[in-house]
Design a protein around this ligand. Structure first.
Ligand code: CP3
Length: 346
């Protein structure tokens, strides 16, 4: 699908810092558990079955397109599929989250990880093709991958973590081993994002969700350098690259050094302040606190309008949340927020 054939190009225009009549909108985790329609599918299949069956992944990707009218779709998958393809024994359990049965903690564990895994991720390329047929040029499709530091944290901890104790011990006591592991994940991530681009996504987002856990020096050495390498090796041409991390309020200057087209900003920062400090040509995405979507509708509207008034006159602004939608946010509030955005004019 050539970018020029897309009917609603608001998202791509804003991603390339061009003027738009209103901010485009999509939401991280827009295809998920806050939707009753998601549960109808989820009750029949495991999460990984959903990701690995192209028709089902396409069905779920299309839910927010059909029910919410967002300006960009995001591939239904997970950041941990790269780690699984490398040899991680991944499972998702309700209420527990992701688990790796074989955590990566020593040299032989790192050596055992595979790095030529395009074949094992072919199901994602297949899903992208089905989704693009369904979208039929209506809106752009965003592909994504996890950034090496965040993916490493799941492999090392064996699942989700509050304090990243084992991951930090690895980078502090055994930095060379950490670098070997990060380099392997980075190689797979470059191949994987280029596979998605070849299959037809119109934009890609790199998720470094847990970078917030790191100091400035550790972020530079163990996260930023790999993200920069990945971004520099993507077959970008007309494909905008979005860089997301929780911690972007602090790390935005370093994120800009990796030269993405868009930086996705957490909700702690004043978005205009971040934008003004970035080099021209880097757009921002964000940054409503997702908890606002629990609040009364008049609060939702007031906070969205407050953000838009602040960003008035700025090219290169995509409306999103500072992090993903929580599973128990009322569907009706998400729908209302999207209506508020779509009715707005600068
Ligand atoms: O945004 C979307 O709608 C597209 C799909 C998507 C999922 N995960 C689906 C999913 C995307 C972009 C992700 C990214 C992801 N996955 C991140 C980065 C974004 C972020 O939130 O910081 C991370 C850290 C993960 C890892 C992950 N996957 C966790 C921690 C969990 C369990 C806890 C949780 O929040 O659900 C998952 C499972 C997951 N990924 C679900 C979905 C819809 C829930 C699966 C279920 O139905 O049980």
């Amino acid at each position: 699908m050539s970018q020029n054939n897309i009917q609603n190009s608001l998202f791509l225009s804003a991603a390339f810092s061009e003027k738009t009549e209103r901010p485009p909108v999509w939401m991280m985790r827009q295809a998920g558990r806050f939707m009753p329609e998601y549960w109808e599918i989820k009750n029949k299949y495991s999460f990984l079955e959903m990701c690995k069956t192209p028709e089902i992944a396409a069905d779920v990707t299309m839910l927010p397109v059909d029910l919410l009218g967002i300006d960009a779709a995001i591939l239904f998958s997970d950041i941990l599929v790269t780690a699984e393809a490398m040899g991680g024994e991944l499972s998702f359990t309700q209420g527990v989250g992701p688990r790796f049965a074989n955590p990566v903690r020593n040299q032989s564990h790192v050596d055992a990880l595979l790095t030529d895994v395009d074949d094992r991720l072919q199901y994602v390329a297949d899903a992208i093709k089905v989704i693009q047929q369904r979208l039929n040029g209506s809106i752009p499709l965003i592909g994504f991958a996890g950034a090496p530091f965040t993916v490493m944290s799941y492999l090392v901890e064996g699942g989700s973590s509050k304090d990243f104790k084992l991951t930090k011990l690895l980078i502090h006591n055994h930095p060379e081993l950490a670098h070997q592991l990060l380099a392997k994940i980075a190689k797979v991530t470059i191949d994987y994002l280029n596979l998605q681009i070849a299959a037809g996504v119109n934009a890609v987002q790199l998720f470094d969700s847990w970078a917030l856990a790191l100091s400035w020096d550790d972020y530079t050495e163990f996260s930023h350098n790999y993200n920069k390498e990945i971004i520099s090796k993507l077959n970008r041409k007309d494909i905008p690259v979005i860089s997301f991390c929780k911690g972007s309020s602090v790390f935005a200057p370093l994120m800009a050094d990796a030269q993405p087209d868009v930086i996705s900003v957490d909700w702690n920062a004043d978005l205009l302040d971040i934008k003004k400090k970035l080099p021209a040509g880097i757009a921002v995405q964000g940054n409503l606190d997702p908890h606002i979507l629990y609040a009364d509708k008049k609060v939702i509207k007031e906070r969205i309008h407050r953000l838009f008034e602040r960003m008035r006159g700025e090219n290169g602004f995509i409306f999103n949340l500072g992090h993903g939608i929580m599973p128990d946010i009322p569907f009706d509030n998400v729908k209302y927020a999207i209506e508020v955005v779509k009715e707005y004019r600068y």
